[in-house]
Design a protein around this ligand. Structure first.
Ligand code: AGP
Length: 605
């Protein structure tokens, strides 16, 4: 959620901290701040709002100093404001924090009895004051260890010290933290994305670990204060996908990249010549898998839901789905014959990661389908299937969702074939379809002009509905989620067959209702549900792959995507729904890449 950067160097660091914070802004943009050690003092500058504001402050009053920390905040405790922005500093120490300190009220009361004064409403300030107190009789490393012992909750921390002006300490429990290396500089970052412009050599802290950075050295410690070595990963720079180029925003770029995402993803897994899928090393023998349990949050959860329909359609394996925030607290009967599959673009979502940890503790087999292969979820799972979508910067997930769907389909197809649920002919024909998918996705992008016209119709609406059945039900949920998160227009996704059981009461004259009805076994049923909506005044936006000419004269706007196979309709119909949400948000002048109240990487529960 929030973003951390720290730099220890032999030259002034504030410009590079600001540049890195701009890269991290996709993680949090309620407020921003920086602290450097300048002439033996902690020099703290903060603003509410965007990093640009902070940059303006620094242009007027530059911050010198060869060591510093910076932060972009996504508010958890205390409103977004200058006083609640990080860093939180005392006379002795300055701290940036991602995560939530669950026992902060208790600690605060205790510190107040010792006359410590609090300036902010944040949970973070207790960390600053605990370290300040501990520094009375301890050196920095020991002071931090003492403090961490008192904290409950999750954190990634970056800490600098007035009297020890050459070190940054970083610590991790629950929230990701990375260290980057260069010749005469070392870096701390909440993810490798912000560090990539400065270095391609990166180590990842695990939970309970701590690091001490100087400009020419990095030391790591485990929670027992024992020095440890960490692996250095060489990460690729991926510059093309990290910049928005001529696009208005990252989201439009990421939507338009989807044919390439699909091509990359398919070519990573599919051998066109041998007509086979290159997935090996299943953690459970395919023929012995009892059940697939798919777990994720938000859009990733919707990809689980699509996959459930696929598994039920073409395999003999039972498929179950769960929202990670529910899964992690239920009294589950985990089974060693089940494969638990975790879906996450970022690989850092707190709930998904905690759900995975529960599976690990219970020694059941886990698979991670992620975009970020260096992420916590990827590192903790028994088995990883990357989606190869490249960095996704827009908060709204588009190309990563598509990538998740493709990998899930490929996994499903492979398992189905290995278990002899489908024959070679069917297997081959779906492999052929997979190779055609990028071109078909490209054709879907051509619907943009039509979608722009549709988008205008949503401007005066008070709400909207998205309906679908079968494979189109999860896509209705996803279409509605995209519209609400980007345009702030209420949107309800529903299985079309459920309308009579309550939601039909919402239909009134002119309410935009998006009906997703591909040419499948549900087509006629969905049409009947649509007629019930029309009869009550709903304004229909009809999305299909059915070539049938006259479907209903009461359809206000219609859009056809190419037909590849029923199984692929959720992938192809997703594209115009993304474009619809995008164009409604654009017309409403919303901040498309950074919708209000949301963050790209949800590292708190
Ligand atoms: C997608 O548009 C959302 N912003 C959100 O639902 C997201 O998919 C969810 O937070 C899960 O993220 P993850 O894939 O990184 O785990």
């Amino acid at each position: 959620m929030c973003g951390i950067i720290g730099i220890a160097s032999n030259r002034p660091v504030s410009t590079n901290i600001i540049n890195s914070l701009k890269k991290l802004e996709y993680r949090g943009y309620d407020s921003a701040g920086i602290a450097t050690i300048t002439d033996g003092y902690i020099n703290e500058k903060k603003c509410s709002g965007r990093v640009d504001e902070l940059q303006k402050i620094l242009l007027k009053t530059p911050s010198n100093g060869n060591i510093g920390i910076g932060h972009v905040r996504w508010a958890t405790h205390g409103i977004p404001s200058i006083v609640n922005a990080h860093p939180h500093s005392s006379d002795a120490v300055s701290v940036v924090h991602n995560g939530i300190i669950e026992n902060s009220d208790e600690i605060k009361k205790n510190l107040e009895t010792k006359n410590f004064k609090f300036k902010s409403q944040t949970d973070t300030e207790v960390i600053t004051l605990l370290i300040t107190e501990a520094l009375n009789d301890s050196k920095p490393l020991e002071a931090v260890f003492k403090t961490l012992k008192k904290l409950k909750g999750s954190f990634a921390l970056g800490i600098i010290f007035k009297n020890y002006e050459n070190i940054i300490i970083g610590a991790r429990r629950g929230s990701p933290l990375a260290v980057g290396y260069s010749n005469d500089e070392n870096f701390l970052g909440s993810d490798s994305y912000a560090l990539k412009s400065m270095t391609n050599k990166i180590s990842y802290l695990d939970d309970g670990e701590l690091c001490v950075l100087t400009k020419d050295n990095v030391e790591f410690f485990n929670q027992n204060k024992k020095k440890i070595n960490k692996k250095i990963h060489l990460v690729s720079e991926d510059l093309n996908t990290s910049e928005k180029g001529n696009f208005k925003n990252f989201m439009s770029k990421e939507i338009s990249e989807q044919p390439i995402t699909a091509k990359k993803c398919v070519s990573e897994y599919v051998d066109k010549i041998k007509k086979d899928i290159n997935i090996y090393n299943f953690p459970i023998k395919p023929s012995e898998i009892n059940k697939i349990v798919l777990i994720g949050c938000g859009t990733a959860y919707h990809s689980c839901l699509v996959a459930k329909y696929w598994f039920e359609e073409i395999t003999s394996i039972e498929a179950e789905i769960d929202v990670a925030s529910e899964f992690r607290y239920r009294n589950l009967k985990l089974n060693e014959k089940n494969l638990y599959v975790f879906l996450s673009q970022s690989g850092e979502t707190a709930d998904t990661s905690a759900a995975l940890d529960i599976c690990k503790k219970n020694k059941v087999k886990t698979c991670a389908i992620v975009n970020v292969v260096e992420s916590t979820i990827a590192r903790n799972a028994d088995w990883v299937l990357p989606i190869h979508a490249g960095p996704e910067i827009g908060v709204a997930s588009t190309k990563a969702f598509l990538g998740q769907l493709i990998v899930l389909f490929i996994l499903c197809l492979k398992l189905s074939f290995m278990r002899k649920d489908i024959n070679k002919e069917f297997y081959n024909s779906k492999i052929d379809d997979l190779t055609k998918l990028p071109d078909e996705i490209n054709k879907c992008l051509k619907s943009e002009t039509n979608i722009q016209l549709m988008a205008k119709e949503f401007l005066d609406a008070n709400g909207s509905m998205f309906l679908g059945r079968g494979f189109s039900y999860p896509i209705a949920l996803e279409g509605a989620l995209k519209l609400k998160e980007l345009s702030y227009l209420h949107a309800e996704g529903y299985p079309a067959g459920e309308m009579k059981h309550g939601p039909l009461a919402l239909i009134e004259d002119g309410l935009p209702v998006v009906v997703i009805a591909p040419k499948d076994k549900y087509f006629e049923k969905t049409l009947s549900n649509m007629q019930e909506v029309i009869a009550r005044g709903g304004k229909i936006f009809f999305f299909t792959d059915n070539k049938k000419k006259s479907i209903s004269e009461n359809i206000r706007f219609g859009l056809r995507v190419p037909f590849l196979d029923n199984l692929f309709s959720p992938i192809l119909l997703t594209v115009p729904l993304q474009l619809l949400a995008y164009h409604v948000a654009l017309l409403k002048n919303c901040d498309i890449d950074k919708p209000r109240n949301l963050a790209k990487s949800v590292t708190v529960e």
